[in-house]
Design a protein around this ligand. Structure first.
Ligand code: DX5
Ligand code: ZN
Length: 241
């Protein structure tokens, strides 16, 4: 595997807290503000916002106006915007303007990934890159120094409530090893099928940002679902070696 040549200091997995990023994709969109607020009160420390265009993925969700409305309803939360769209460069300014804090683009959607990450940063947002299940980690080796986080998809993007793909675990482990080896500081996020039965494995593999949609908003009490999931994640982090 190609490694970045420059070695510099940074966080190691042991110093990174595990955080829950509730994915509003599974919220009730007729009461989006209330559902999102409940997930934050249950222990979510940011909101994961899934943007789909019906081209890059076979589903359509929301655009900048909804992000802007959510920003008005929840002024202080970090919005972690996951762009599952073609031509992301055309929409990055609008999402930044709408209130995104972090913007993640798919490696598979970006011909000029380095330039796109620079564009995100130039709009005052933290840049991140996403890997589909079929994309190996080494495809993003050259941009690891410039990203705030790497998002490992553990389902094929497009829908909530899918089954976790275990192949994501070795990619999370590789990213954690490379981060320690190179002294980098990117965070490792996992997205798809994260629930009480899978969260231990993803945390022990080295993920520290846990996206969860169905497990938080699917059924039952949103606050309680978030609280239990975060508790399970933190218990697993305690056993992280
Ligand atoms: C899928 C989205 C995910 C989705 C995860 O394309 O990127 O963020 O909300 O949903 P769950 O947690 O239900 O698998
Ligand atoms: Zn997502």
């Amino acid at each position: 595997m190609v490694r970045a040549s420059k070695i510099r200091g940074g966080n190691t997995p042991a110093t990174m807290a595990v955080e829950l990023a509730p994915s509003i994709l599974s919220a009730n969109f007729a009461r989006l503000g209330e559902d999102a607020q409940a997930a934050l009160e249950g222990g979510g420390s940011l909101l994961h916002v899934d943007i789909m265009d019906g081209h890059f993925v076979p589903n359509i969700t929301i655009g900048p106006p909804v992000v802007a409305s959510l920003r008005k309803a929840i002024p202080d939360a970090i919005f972690d915007c996951h762009l599952m769209i073609e031509n992301p460069d055309e929409f990055i300014p609008a999402f930044a303007e709408a209130g995104a804090n972090w913007i993640a683009v798919h490696q598979e959607a970006c011909v000029h990934l380095h330039r796109t990450l620079q564009l995100i940063e130039s709009h005052g947002c933290k840049p991140a890159v996403v890997l589909n299940p079929a994309t190996p980690v080494h495809m993003v080796d050259e941009v690891l120094e410039m990203v705030h986080h790497v998002l490992v998809m553990s389902v094929n993007p497009g829908f909530g409530g899918q089954k976790f793909i275990p192949g994501a675990l070795h990619k999370i482990k590789t990213l954690a090893e490379v981060r320690a080896e190179l002294g980098l500081s990117y965070r490792i996020e996992v997205d798809g099928g994260v629930a009480l039965d899978t969260v231990g494995d993803v945390v022990r593999a080295g993920a520290d940002l846990l996206v969860a949609g169905n497990a938080v908003f699917g059924r039952g009490d949103i606050r309680e679902n978030a609280r239990k999931l975060l508790q399970a994640a933190r218990s697993a982090a305690f056993t992280h070696v």
